[in-house]
Design a protein around this ligand. Structure first.
Ligand code: PMP
Length: 338
């Protein structure tokens, strides 16, 4: 029989698919790594499995224990999937900015969800990370996964995502593009690809235009789960431990409108239903690709599925409320610029 014993056996090994239409006019090849193929729905399954394994080995998480995390949704989905398969409880602090589909997914996996206000400074006790820390202290047998500081986060991508891409492209990859949330994906994958290629692979961050990671002013933006937003009352900008800025060679800075339009184009023109941060990543890859030649091979990582954003990115009414409505009769081909 060709079968698996657990959904955890299905984490990783995601496909690379060539982008053919949105790339019109580019000389280089662009391949998308489809992380929505993971059983919990996104790239975060990789780090969830790795962080839980590590916590079990170190005795931090024991039978009957509770997994606690501050998450915009996908790390929660990964952890909740692992928890369901292994018999743990889960409690997540999630910012109200996250789509309602993400909250529904967490609840569907049996997790408890505490929705936290999005506009409060990090030192406010209601802040999403402060809430997670408090819950972990209050709940007996709780373990805080702490993806922003957990070395297993970038390490999971160094051990799995990077080697997969290297093998899938037979070492022909020249550029890797990804968004930066905790930074785990770009740090771990980028580090592996640089080492494997002897420094030949260029690592490019695709960042919301306003994000502090790429020098933005930190004002709020719409795309979820990536970039770094600066609250006016925050004492300082501190990069997460999971992010090593030295791995990133350069950034492409993408306005919300271009990210969301690119996500919609991926669905309509490529048949790839992916999320808003995938739109940012592909928009970055397209900008980068405009300056590349036929020998270049770009891999862009698409973290999750568009199913999680049907009420937002793919909802015309929501887009209009944000002042980002597509002009009536606009061709989805997006021949116009950003
Ligand atoms: N896109 C989505 C949809 C995500 O959930 C995340 C992680 N929160 C990212 C991008 C960024 O990945 P990382 O945290 O590894 O930088």
């Amino acid at each position: 029989m060709s079968v698996h014993e657990s959904p955890l056996d299905l984490v990783g090994g995601t496909p690379l698919v060539r982008l053919r239409r949105v790339t019109g006019g580019l000389d280089c090849a662009v391949y998308a790594k489809l992380e929505s193929a993971n059983p919990g729905g996104g790239a975060k399954d990789r780090i969830a499995a790795a962080m839980v394994d590590d916590a079990e080995e170190r005795g931090l998480l024991r039978p009957g224990g509770t997994i606690v995390e501050a998450t915009s949704g996908n790390t929660g989905a990964g952890l909740a999937m692992v928890a369901a398969a292994r018999g743990y409880r889960c409690v997540f602090a999630i910012p109200e900015k996250s789509s309602r589909e993400k909250v529904a997914v967490l609840r569907a996996f049996g997790a408890d969800v505490v929705v936290c206000p999005s506009g409060v400074p990090p030192q406010d006790p209601a802040h999403v990370r402060a809430t997670a820390v408090r819950l972990a202290e209050e709940i007996p047998g709780a373990w805080l996964a702490d993806q922003y500081n957990n070395p297993r986060n970038p390490e999971a991508h160094y051990r799995t995502t990077g080697p997969e891409i290297w093998k899938q492209t037979r070492g022909r990859i020249t550029h890797f593009v990804a968004g930066v949330g905790t930074g785990g994906t770009i740090t771990g994958t980028g580090r592996f690809l640089k080492e494997a290629s002897g420094g030949a692979v260029t690592v490019v961050g695709a960042d919301p235009e306003a994000s502090v990671y790429s020098g933005g002013d930190g004002r709020p933006y719409l795309v979820e789960s990536i970039g770094h937003f600066r609250h006016p009352d925050a004492a300082e900008d501190r990069w997460p431990e999971s992010y090593d800025p030295a791995v990133v060679d350069r950034f492409e800075r993408i306005p919300d409108r271009e990210s969301l339009r690119t996500a919609r184009r991926l669905a309509r023109e490529e048949g790839l239903l992916v999320g808003g941060s995938s739109g940012t990543a592909v928009a970055g890859a397209l900008r980068l690709g405009a300056g590349l030649g036929p020998d270049d091979l770009v891999v862009v990582l698409l973290p999750d599925s568009g199913h999680l954003y049907l009420s937002k990115v793919f909802d015309d009414g929501w887009l209009a409320e944000q002042g980002l409505a597509e002009p009536a009769g606009a061709e989805p081909a997006g021949a116009e610029g950003p």
